[in-house]
Design a binder for this molecule. Structure first.
Ligand code: ZN
Length: 320
């Protein structure tokens, strides 16, 4: 049964790849025919993760039309693009992505579109990156040497905001003043968020950030002096072994940890299991790659998610 399921998934994957190749030919024909018209005065931007989409919207205002490449709820680490996404990408002026292996499907996708369109902005490029944290397991994963979860460092986000502003100005120089003003407003909000985190996490009972999720918080942990101990690796598909879980439980007991954090995409089952062993509670922490369908329709924002995380951390770590 398991083997059959695997066979089916493999077949679907092969078909998707075949579609991508097919679309390459089709895409070339479309761009020759001059399809994909740009609405006058508005740049079309596509983003792979939700924080980048929001930043572009904040900087560009009504001069940009921003879309997420992934549907709500999709996991950027393991997503497989469909042919309709390639078509949508061909109509964009700018593709905004993180890089550093966060979007392992991206090369295949870009192989299906013209080399010069859309323009590309790689958020992790030029940033001072942290080495990829393999979680508590020791086997190799194909996730690159650096941690791609850069949006969880609000200082790096300021640099990303500058880069995005420059990328938008290059595509629409007439709106440069507006983009610069939008970029400055965004950076001010990021500085306020950073200050709230510094204040909120200054004086805490514990500094172990035990995550029954994947190792997405190394930037945040480093910035505010916390220790990230993640059950999963750098990607949610790097599942933990019983040995890893036992090691984390022992560490949590020794350090008197009273909260195990979990991420919504992976559910709270593992967190409950560890918490029961440790005698701790559980709390949610949002890595923020994407929104759930419910969050998307409720208009959730990056800043509100990060504020919710701060409250979760303050309560969970016993901060005054
Ligand atoms: Zn991740």
């Amino acid at each position: 049964m398991q083997a059959l399921r695997h066979f089916k998934e493999t077949t679907i994957l092969i078909n998707v790849r075949r579609s991508i190749v097919l679309s390459l030919a089709l895409g070339a024909a479309l761009s020759l025919a001059g399809a994909a018209p740009v609405p006058p005065g508005r740049l079309r931007v596509m983003a792979t993760v939700f924080p980048l989409a929001e930043f572009v919207r904040d900087i560009g205002g009504e001069r940009v039309e921003v879309q997420s490449l992934l549907p709500p709820g999709a996991d950027v680490h393991t997503w497989q693009p469909r042919i309709s996404e390639i078509r949508r990408l061909e109509t964009a002026d700018l593709l905004v992505f993180v890089g550093q292996g966060l979007e392992p499907w991206l090369n295949d996708l870009l192989g299906g579109v013209a080399a010069n369109r859309p323009a590309r902005f790689e958020a992790a490029s030029g940033l001072r990156l942290r080495p990829s944290q393999p979680g508590e397991d020791d086997h190799d994963h194909d996730h690159g040497a650096f941690d791609p979860h850069v949006w969880l460092d609000f200082g790096l986000d300021e640099t990303i905001a500058d880069g995005l502003t420059a990328a938008l100005i290059k595509l629409d120089p007439g709106a440069a003043a507006q983009f610069r003003a939008g970029g400055e407003r965004l950076k001010n909000r990021l500085r306020e968020l950073d200050a709230a985190y510094r204040r909120g996490l200054k004086d805490c009972r514990g500094r172990d950030l035990i995550l029954a999720g994947h190792a997405a918080f190394s930037y945040l942990a480093a910035r505010y002096g916390l220790r990230q101990i993640a059950v999963y690796g750098a990607s949610p598909d790097a599942a933990p072994t019983p040995k890893i879980t036992a090691g984390i439980i022992a560490r949590a007991v020794k350090d008197g940890v009273r909260t195990i954090f979990f991420e919504p995409g992976l559910g709270d089952k593992m967190a409950r299991l560890i918490a029961a062993e440790v005698g701790a509670g559980i709390r949610i922490l949002y890595p923020g790659h994407n929104l759930s369908p419910a969050q998307a329709s409720a208009g959730m924002t990056f800043f509100r998610l990060m504020e919710a995380n701060l409250e979760s951390l303050k309560d969970g770590l016993g901060c005054r």
